[in-house]
Ligand binder design. Structure first.
Ligand SMILES: *Cc1c(COP(=O)(O)O)cnc(C)c1O
Length: 399
C-alpha cells in the first residue's frame, strides 16, 4: 500500500504522530535486498548498520523469507498452553549451535535480559542460598542491555536513565575491563555478573585479552553466574558464533536476540545451563508471543545458516578488510572492533559523526554515528566490492 506521499511528507507526519525517541536520518525506505535498501525516490543505499545486527543475513534473505512464508501458510501462533511442531526442534537446534543445554524463548532483547535477571535471582535464592531479597547482580559501566525500567536502573548513561526512576535495586556497577574491581565487588550475595563480551552501544569496545577469562575464573571461584549478553555481539557478527568463543570462554547464561529473528520477526532467547534455567517452574515466567511457531521456524533457519560457519567466516575475512580500509582513510583517527563490526573515530577538527552520516546519504551509504564515531556493521552478506563502494564514499566525504 503506497500513500502517495513525498519523502518530506512522510518525515513530517512521523514527526507529528510518532514519539520523538529517535532522530532518524532523512531518508524514507521502501525496499531492501541483501546489503541494499531503496528509498521512495528509487535511490539505492548500502546498509552499513544492518539494523544494529538484526540484519546479519541481510534484507530478505531468500531462505529465511521462504521459511517465513511457508510458516505463514501453516501455523503462526498458539500460545504456550499447547505444544507446536517448531518449538522443540528450535530449542534443541539453538542449544546445539551455542553449546548450551536449555533455551527460554522470548521476543525482544530487553525481555531476554529481564528473563536472565529473574533466572539468576531465583537461582541465587534456591541453589546458592542467598537470603531472600538480598541477591545482587554486578554489571559493567557503559553497559547497554535494553530499555525497560529494571534495565535502565543499572545503565550509566544519564540519557537512558534520567527521569525514569524510581529504579530497581539489586545491581552494582563496576568498571568494564577491570577484573580486579570485579573480584573486589563480588560478595556472598552476588547472583551473577552480567556483561557484554564486546560493548556494542558503548562504541564496539573490545576488552583486553584475558579479561573475559578472568571474569569466568572469578565466577567459578565464587559460585557466581556469568551471564553474557550476546544480543548484538553474537550470531556471527564478530567472526565466531558467540563473541566469547574468541576467548574460549563459556558463560552460564547467554542472552541472544537481534539476528535470531532473521531480519523478519523479533526473536530472543536465554540459553545456558539446564540446572540454572531449570529453576523456572510452570506459572513463574512466561510470554504470550515467546516461542511462537513463526518465530521458531525463522529461528531454526537462522540457526541452520549459522551452523554452516559461512557467515562467521565472511565476518572474519571481510571484517579484516574493513578494518584495514578504514585505518588507511584520511580523516579517521582510530579504528577498533572485531570482525565485521568496526567503530571508526573521526579525527579531531573533522566533521561531526552526524555530518558524515548525512553526507553519506548523498553517496548512497546509510550508517550510524555516535558522537565523533561511525559504526560500520553491514550485513554479513555484503561483498568486498560493496565494501569498496562504501569505503570510497566515506573517503569522498572525509576528504
Ligand atoms: C539491542 C540490545 C539489547 C536490547 O534489545 P531490544 O531488542 O532492543 O530490546 C540488549 N542488549 C544488547 C547488548 C543489545 O545490543
Amino acid at each position: 500500500m503506497t500513500d502517495g506521499l513525498t519523502p518530506d511528507q512522510h518525515i513530517a507526519i512521523s514527526e507529528r504522530w510518532s514519539a520523538h525517541n529517535y532522530h532518524p536520518l532523512p531518508v524514507v525506505l521502501t525496499h531492501g535486498e541483501g546489503a541494499w535498501m531503496t528509498d521512495l525516490n528509487g535511490k539505492r543505499y548500502l546498509d552499513f548498520l544492518a539494523g544494529y545486527s538484526a540484519l546479519n543475513f541481510g534484507h530478505r534473505h531468500p531462505e529465511i523469507v521462504a521459511t517465513a512464508k511457508a510458516q505463514l501458510d501453516r501455523l503462526t501462533l498458539t500460545g504456550r498452553a499447547f505444544h507446536h511442531d517448531q518449538f522443540g526442534p528450535f530449542c534443541r537446534e539453538l542449544a546445539e549451535l551455542t553449546g548450551t543445554e536449555m533455551v527460554l524463548p522470548a521476543n525482544s532483547g530487553a525481555e531476554a535480559v529481564e528473563s536472565a535477571v529473574k533466572i539468576a535471582r531465583k537461582w541465587a535464592y534456591q541453589i546458592k542460598g542467598v537470603p531472600d531479597g538480598a541477591a545482587e547482580i554486578l554489571v559493567a559501566g557503559e553497559n547497554f542491555h535494553g530499555r525497560t525500567t529494571t534495565i535502565v536502573s543499572f545503565s550509566t548513561d544519564p540519557e537512558a536513565r534520567n527521569g525514569f526512576g524510581p529504579f530497581t535495586p539489586g545491581f552494582k556497577v563496576v568498571p568494564y575491563g577491570d577484573a580486579d574491581a570485579l573480584r573486589a565487588a563480588v560478595t556472598e550475595n552476588t547472583a551473577a555478573v552480567l556483561l557484554e563480551p564486546i560493548q556494542g552501544e558503548a562504541g564496539v569496545v573490545v576488552p583486553a585479552k584475558g579479561y573475559l577469562a578472568d571474569v569466568r575464573q572469578i565466577c567459578d571461584d565464587t559460585n557466581t553466574l556469568f551471564v553474557a549478553d550476546e544480543i548484538q555481539s553474537g550470531l556471527a557478527r564478530t567472526g565466531t558464533t558467540l563473541a566469547l568463543d574468541h576467548e574460549g570462554v563459556h558463560a552460564d547464561l547467554y542472552t541472544l536476540g537481534k539476528a535470531l529473528g532473521g531480519g523478519i520477526v523479533p526473536v530472543s532467547a536465554v540459553v545456558g545451563r539446564a540446572d540454572v534455567i531449570g529453576v523456572l517452574r510452570p506459572g513463574e515466567h512466561g510470554s504470550t508471543f515467546g516461542g511462537n511457531p513463526l518465530a521458531c521456524a525463522v529461528g531454526r533457519t537462522v540457526t541452520r545458516l549459522l551452523a554452516t560457519g559461512e557467515y562467521q567466516e565472511r565476518s572474519r575475512e571481510l571484517g579484516a578488510y574493513v578494518h584495514s580500509r578504514l585505518s588507511e582513510l584520511e580523516g579517521i583517527a582510530e579504528v577498533h572492533g572485531r570482525g565485521l563490526w568496526a567503530s571508526a573515530r573521526i579525527a579531531d577538527g573533522g566533521p561531526s559523526g552526524r555530518e558524515v552520516s548525512e553526507a553519506l546519504i548523498g553517496h548512497g551509504v546509510l550508517c550510524k554515528d555516535y558522537h565523533s564515531n561511525l559504526r560500520i556493521a553491514p550485513p554479513l552478506v555484503i561483498t568486498r566490492e560493496e565494501i569498496d563502494l562504501g569505503m570510497d564514499a566515506l573517503a569522498a566525504v572525509l576528504g
